[in-house]
Write a protein of this length. Structure first.
Length: 126
């Protein structure tokens, strides 16, 4: 199955990265229903934030964006995706991608500043 076929099945537009499309398709097949795309930041926003002027790392950036979004949504579990992404969520994802991009050999740990940005969006059960 091609990425374009997966896009059609899950209803993801061209602004959704290939990695996110694959993740949505997996969710679709596992849950038996469509999954709404979770676009928090675009590749163009990341490139502007990281001051990247070329397209050489676009595929890598898509993977980094998908991973940063997944990590952010684990912490920011209070945001249900029905409203536009809050600025603090967007900044946390941008910060995570920027750190991962500039320190590829160190892995993709979420920066402490991103964790602090997401803290107010976390549901705490008492």
């Amino acid at each position: 199955m091609t990425i374009d076929e997966m896009r059609a099945i899950v209803g993801a537009g061209p602004e959704v990265s290939d990695a996110a499309v694959v993740a949505q398709y997996v969710d679709y097949t596992m849950q038996g229903g469509p999954v709404a795309p979770t676009v928090i930041v675009t590749a163009d926003e990341v490139k502007e934030f990281c001051r990247i002027d070329d397209d050489l790392d676009d595929k890598t950036l898509e993977i980094m964006i998908a991973a940063a979004v997944e990590a952010a949504l684990v912490v920011a579990d209070d945001w249900d995706g029905s409203d536009p992404a809050p600025a603090r969520l967007k900044l946390a994802v941008l910060t995570h991608v920027a750190r991962t991009y500039s320190n590829r050999e160190d892995g993709a740990d979420m920066p402490p500043s991103a964790v602090r940005l997401l803290g107010p969006m976390r549901t705490l059960d008492v």
